[in-house]
Design a protein around this ligand. Structure first.
Ligand code: GAP
Length: 554
């Protein structure tokens, strides 16, 4: 199952990934299965490190985020409420001649065209669109293709037993919102984080692992007070500069400040694992691109080798993560579909509301009412009347005086596999050296940030046939092992062993030599430490080695 060869750089990356055991094609011995990838020994370590760093940054290092680990298969009612059953689809079309299947928007995009969306919500191919495989212009009309993988729960396999593999981890967070709120003793604003598998039956998986059918997400749903609530309590909503990190969270922040905060926090996270700002890009979704309930969405992009140039020749990048301000849509949907209240009680709001001048409370009431009515109208079930909607919006707005509201949410949603691919592409570095005889050799160094590198240090005895060196090297390995992932290697020349670790992205190598054993008495119990990126070497005491490494890999 060959991947389209996007460009030479990607070819090299895909080849290295297989050769060194970062990523393998799933089910390779049976010809592969399109859109599924396995992580080999180095890839599995890299992935673990990334997920752990995200988890640490998002939950353990914060007071205001709790974790969750939910099931992949959940009640299908969740996907009805979230809108996935009805609308989670991509437009698909087929070539009538060669039978190749396309995602209609990508087919158009690849030809510099834009798929047409009619006012009725249907898709049409613009004139001139052709099959990129056989050039035929005989293509079927685009039709929606739901991306959720379906299965059956239990042995009956009837319509009533249909369930879905989750297409995102987010919905479990909304469905468990009340349980987490009650058990974690958090108060809004606070977040719930989850890392886990997601599945999408992508029409055309492509660009190696970038668009897969099985992948992992790292999602945070950060619940905040609606702006009307902030205004009632604090008098006004804080304004923050449009660019840059807005600083430590403040009680009077509304959704805009929180949204900006999370965009900048996430960029800092990427910088902290080696993706500089220069390698990233941003896409601020336009009104037309935004879902009807969303107030804003900023995508953080990475400039992948396959990322296209814009009309000015600049590479914008492709999406790593989206940070969306999703209003109170998700919790409201689950409240309506499950019949279980998803709102919270806020004593500060109740007390503040009682003291508001009538003009102010009327204004806030009206704004909240309008927002709720707008949401209820757009999400109405066929049997809901305008009167019922107005009554519900009135009840919701009346709740403010009792200190009740449905939290809004900011959602930073990142893909693990895309981040792994970005880290691999970013780390890939080649050097070609020509010897005296004119023979050229190209070597690869994977310049991973030490925090994400699969192995933190390579441990080598200078010679494998000297038991004293081997014994000491194994002692050093065992000293470091409880603290970090190290790789012991005694085979081949030291140069070869360095080269192997450079390709694996190991930032430091430690060699145990005769000086370690005291050949030069002043160097007893010291080792040679070699840096991956510039091959520089220095001498370090074994007793200081662990802390020296820990300071650089954390
Ligand atoms: N809960 C929001 C959500 O799922 P999304 O933009 O559809 O939003 C979030 O997905 C992230 O998940 C993306 O930014 C991307 O990193 C990752 N992702 C989505 N589809 C993917 C796919 N088919 N293969 C790999 N990663 C994917």
């Amino acid at each position: 199952m060959a991947e389209p060869k996007e460009n030479l750089q990607m070819e090299k990356i895909v080849s290295l990934c297989k050769r060194r055991g970062f990523v393998f094609q799933s089910s390779e011995i049976y010809g592969g299965i399109n859109g599924f990838w396995d992580y080999g020994p180095l890839g599995a370590e890299l992935k673990r490190n990334v997920k752990e760093l995200w988890w640490n940054a998002m939950t353990r290092q914060r007071e205001d985020v709790a974790g969750l680990e939910a099931t992949i298969i959940m009640s299908p009612a969740i996907w009805k409420a979230s809108g996935h059953v009805d609308t989670f689809s991509d437009p698909m079309c087929d070539c009538k001649k060669c039978k190749k299947r396309f995602r209609a928007d990508q087919l158009c995009e690849d030809q510099g065209l834009t798929l047409i969306k009619t006012p009725a919500g249907k898709y049409e191919l613009p004139a001139g669109t052709k099959c990129t495989s056989c050039d035929s212009k005989e293509l079927t009309e685009p039709r929606p293709f739901n991306l959720m993988f379906q299965t059956y729960v239990g042995p009956a396999a009837t319509e009533a037993d249909i369930a879905y593999l989750r297409p995102e981890t987010a919905q479990a967070i909304f469905a468990q919102f009340k349980n987490v709120l009650e058990t974690s003793r958090q108060r809004v604003p606070f977040g719930i984080a989850q890392v886990g598998k997601a599945f999408r039956n992508e029409v055309t998986p492509r660009n190696f692992t970038f668009r897969s059918r099985e992948f992992e997400q790292m999602e945070l749903e950060f619940f905040i007070k609606p702006d009307e609530v902030i205004e009632a309590i604090h008098g006004s909503v804080a304004t923050v500069p449009a660019i840059g990190h807005p600083g430590e969270p403040q009680p009077n922040w509304g959704w805009q400040a929180w949204h900006q905060y999370w965009v900048e926090e996430r960029v800092r996270f990427y910088e902290g694992i080696g993706l500089s700002r220069a390698t990233l890009g941003f896409h601020v979704q336009t009104k037309e691109e935004l879902a009807h309930y969303a107030r804003a969405c900023t995508d953080i992009l990475f400039k992948f080798p396959f990322s296209k140039k814009d009309e000015n020749g600049n590479v914008k990048g492709d999406e790593l993560e989206g940070i969306a301000a999703r209003s109170d849509f998700d919790l409201s949907q689950h409240q309506r579909f499950s019949g279980k209240p998803m709102g919270v009680f806020d004593e500060e709001l109740r007390a503040a509301w009682a003291k508001l001048p009538k003009e102010k409370s009327d204004d806030l009431w009206k704004r909240y009412y309008d927002h709720r009515k707008n949401y209820l109208t757009k999400s109405a079930k066929p049997d809901e009347t305008p009167e019922q909607i107005s009554k519900q919006a009135t009840d919701d707005a009346n709740g403010l005086a009792r200190g009740q509201y449905i939290p809004h949410v900011i959602e930073p949603s990142a893909g693990v596999d895309r981040l792994i691919l970005a880290l691999i592409a970013n780390a890939y570095s080649e050097e070609t050296k020509t010897d005296d005889k004119g023979k050229s050799e190209t070597s690869v160094t994977m310049k991973f940030h030490p925090r994400v590198a699969p192995f933190k240090a390579g441990i080598f005895p200078l010679l494998k046939n000297k038991p004293e060196l081997v014994k000491k090297a194994l002692e050093v390995r065992d000293l470091l092992r409880p603290w970090m992932n190290v790789f012991y290697d005694e085979s081949g020349s030291i140069g070869k062993r360095y080269a192997r670790q450079d390709e694996a992205g190991t930032p430091f190598c430690v060699t145990i030599d005769f000086d370690t054993l005291g050949e030069k008495p002043e160097l007893l119990d010291t080792v040679t430490l070699r840096y991956r990126d510039d091959s520089k070497q220095e001498r370090l005491k074994i007793s200081e080695l662990r802390d020296w490494l820990l300071a650089r890999i954390r």
